[in-house]
Design a protein around this ligand. Sequence first.
Ligand code: SF4
Length: 444
Amino acid sequence: MERIARADPAAVAKAGWKIRASLGRTSDASRRLKQSESHPHCSARHSLVLSKVYRGMAWHPKGAGIGRDRNRLSVQVGASVLGGAPPRHWGNWKICSEAAMSLRPVTLNANAMSTNLRTKTWRPETRELLVARLGGSDQEADLTEPPNCGGVGRLRHFRRATSQGWPSNPIPIDPAERFLGRHLGEVAVAQVFQNLACNWRCWYCYVPFNLLSGDVSRGEFCTASELVRRYLEESDPPPIIDISGGQPDLVPEWTLDTLRAVNAAGIQNDTFVWSDDNLSNDYMWRYLTKEEVRWMADQPNHSRVGCFKGFDEKSFVFNTRAHRSFFSEQFELFRRLCQNGFDLYGYITLTSPSDSNIEAGVVDTLDRLQDVHQHAPLRVVPLEIISFGTVKDRLNRKPDLVAPANAALIHQEIAIAVWNIEMERRFTHAERAVNICDVEIAAG
Ligand code: SF4
C-alpha cells in the first residue's frame, strides 16, 4: 500500500514549526516531546514535528540546514496525493491557515440517512440484508485477492505490524486467538462481508461511496444464513468472519443473525465473529430486544470494535461530514456497549485539517475514554490513514479536498506522537504491555 501523500515542503515546514511552537508552550507532554526528539539525519535538535513527519510524509536531505532558518527548511517532495508533482497552485498552499483549512461543509443529515439506508437495505419480513457486490465494483481494484462467496465477500489480512511511530495493531488478532485457543501469527485472515450502507462519508474511506448508498443495483439481498453457507462452501474458510461495511449497525439484526447462523451450522467453537461499528446510532437498542442484546454480548465467539473518527469536533466533522454533535455521541455509544458487557475494542483515526489544538484534542479524547473506563484507552488502537485507489479517485474528483487531506495526513503524525506520549504518561509500562484482551473495561 502506498501512502496518500508526501507533503508539500513549505507546508511541512510551516505546519511543523507552527505545531512545534504550540506544543512547546504548554504541557509536560510537550516538554517531553521536545526533549526526546531529534531529527535522525540532522545534528541540530529541533524537537518533535519534523522528525515525526520525516517517517514517510516528507523528509529533508541529510545535512540540510534545518537549524539555520526555520521558515526555509529544505524538504524533499515526494509524490503528491494524486501522484506526480504537486499541483502548481500548491505553491501558495496555506496549510496552516484556518481559512484554507476551513471545515468541509456539513452536508449530511446522518440521522435521516440512517433511517433511509436502513429502510433500503433491510427486509425485516425475510431478514435479508443488502450486501455489497464486490465483483466488478470500484473497490475490486484495491483487493489483493478476488472477491469470493459469489462476489459478495472478500478476504482481509489483518496485520499487527504498523508504520514506525504507530502502535502495533493487535485487533482482531488477539481476541480471535484468545477465543480460538491457537496462535494466528502476525497476520490473520478474515472473511469480510460489507453491508451496502453508511450514514457517514469519511474522505479516507476505502469503500467507494457508491457502495455505501443503499443502491440495490450494486448489491445482493442475502440472509445471514446464506452468507454463512457461502462462507463454508469456500475451499479454505478462515476462522474469522468480519461483519463490516459500511456501517453494519444500521441493521443490528445482521450481527445477531450471523451469530445465530454460526451456531446453527455448528461452527461456533471454531469461528470468531468480529463486527465493526462507526458509533453513530443506537439502533441496537432500538431494534433488538434486551434479551437479544444480552445474548450477543454473552457469545464467547463475538467481539466488536467501535471506530472513533478524529480527536475533536473539528477533526470529526472534517473526516465524516456529519454534525459535530456526533463526536461526543461516539463516546456515549461506546460507554453503552461497555455497560452491556460486549467484548469491546476501539479504533481511532487522528486526521485533522487543522494544526491548532492537536495536543488539547488528543488529551481530551483520552480523558473522555477514561471517563468511560480508566483503562479504556488501552483497548483503543490508533489507525494510520493510508492510501487506497478509491481514496485517490475520490480526491481526483474533489480537488478542493486535496490540500486539506494532505494537511490531515501530516497532522495525524503529530497527533500520534502526542497520543504515544500521553499513553506513557497515563499508564505504566506493565499496563501498556498487557494483552489487549485482558484490559478490564467492564462497567464500573
Ligand atoms: S464510517 Fe466507515 S464505512 Fe462509513 S464512510 Fe467512514 S470509514 Fe467508510
